[in-house]
Design a protein around this ligand. Structure first.
Ligand code: NAP
Length: 260
C-alpha cells in the first residue's frame, strides 16, 4: 500500500531513539522528510545519518523540549528549511518517577513541563502551518493513563492529559480538517524501557513476569509496530480517522486478566 507520504514534512520529537527513531525511519522510508527534534545533537545526527545512508531525507534540530523557546525554534527551523509542515508526532517523554509521596510540587511541575507542555507548545506553534497543509498530529501516550503505575504522578498526569487533549484538539481542529490521534504503547523495548527496568531490584525476573502477562504472543511490542500504526495514522490513508486513542499493546491494557 502506498501511504502517500512522499515529500511530506513530519516533525518527530524524540525522533532519534526508541519509538521515535522507528517512526522517523519509517517516515523517511515512505518518502517523507523526518525532522528529528530532541535534546542530544549526537543522537539526532546519528539517526539522520542512518536515514540518509538508507537513501532517505531527514533534518536534525537540537531542542530541550521542556523550554518554550526551543519548541518555537523547532517550528521556525523546519519552516525555514522546507517551507511547510505536514505532520507532527509528539513522542518525546520519560517516565521520571515523580511520586505522590516521594516527589515535590517543584518536581511535579517539572515533569509536566518535560512530558506534557511541549505537546501543546509544538502543536500551538505548528498550527498556522498545519492549517495550510491540512496536516495532522499523532501523539504518543502511555497505558499508564488508564492503569496507573505507582510513583509516577507527573508522567501519569501528562499521559492522561494527552488523551484528553486528543479529543479536545480533534474537536477544535474540525474546521481546518486537521486530524488528531494518539497511539498508546504499553511495553516496548527501547532505551527508556531498559533504563527503567534496570532501576528495579531484579530486572530479569521483572521482565519475564511482564512479558508473561502480555496477552498477544507473550512478548513486548516492537518500536516498529508502534511506528507502523503511527505512520498509517499520519498518512492520507487514515483520512477519516480523528480523535482516536489507539492501543498498540498486544492486548495488555484491556484484555481479560484471567487468560493464561
Ligand atoms: P526513549 O528511548 O528514551 O527515547 C525518547 C527520546 O526522546 C530520547 O532521544 C530522549 O532524549 C528524547 N527526549 C525525551 N524527553 C525530551 C525532552 N523533554 N526534550 C528533548 N528530548 C527529549 O523513549 P521511548 O521508550 O522510545 O518513549 C517514547 C514515547 O513512548 C514516550 O512518550 C513514552 O512515554 C512513550 N511510551 C513508551 C513505552 C515503552 O514501553 N517504551 C511505554 C509507554 C509509553 P534522551 O535520551 O537524551 O533523554
Amino acid at each position: 500500500m502506498d501511504l502517500g507520504l512522499q515529500e511530506k514534512v513530519i516533525i518527530v520529537t524524540g525522533g532519534a531513539k526508541g519509538i521515535g527513531e522507528a517512526i522517523s525511519k519509517l517516515v523517511a522510508a515512505e518518502g517523507g522528510i523526518a525532522v528529528i527534534a530532541g535534546r542530544s545533537t549526537a543522537d539526532n545526527e546519528k539517526t539522520v545519518n542512518d536515514i540518509i545512508a538508507a537513501g532517505g531525507r531527514a533534518l536534525a534540530i537540537t531542542a530541550e523540549l521542556g523550554k518554550v523557546e526551543d519548541c518555537k525554534k523547532v517550528i521556525a527551523e523546519t519552516v525555514a528549511k522546507y517551507g511547510k509542515i505536514d505532520g507532527l508526532v509528539n513522542n518525546a517523554g520519560a517516565n521520571d518517577g515523580v511520586g505522590l509521596e516521594n516527589g515535590s510540587p517543584e518536581r511535579f511541575m517539572q515533569s509536566l513541563q518535560n512530558n506534557l507542555s511541549h505537546y501543546y507548545n509544538l502543536a500551538h506553534f505548528a498550527l498556522p502551518y498545519l492549517k495550510v497543509t491540512k496536516g495532522n498530529i499523532v501523539n504518543i501516550g502511555s497505558k499508564v493513563a488508564s492503569t496507573g503505575q505507582g510513583n509516577t504522578s507527573g508522567y501519569a498526569a501528562s499521559k492522561g492529559a494527552i488523551n484528553a487533549l486528543t479529543r479536545e484538539w480533534a474537536v477544535e481542529m474540525l474546521p481546518y480538517s486537521i486530524r488528531i490521534n494518539t497511539v498508546i504503547p504499553a511495553e516496548v523495548w527501547t532505551p527508556l524501557y531498559e533504563t527503567w527496568i534496570n532501576s528495579l531490584p531484579d530486572p530479569q525476573e521483572k521482565l519475564a513476569s511482564i512479558t508473561a502477562k502480555i496477552p498477544f504472543e507473550k512478548r513486548m511490542t516492537t518500536s516498529t509496530e508502534i511506528a507502523n500504526t503511527t505512520v498509517f495514522l499520519l498518512s492520507p490513508r487514515s483520512s477519516h480517522t480523528t480523535g482516536q486513542i489507539v492501543y498498540v499493546d498486544g492486548g495488555y491494557t484491556h484484555l481479560d486478566r484471567s487468560i493464561s
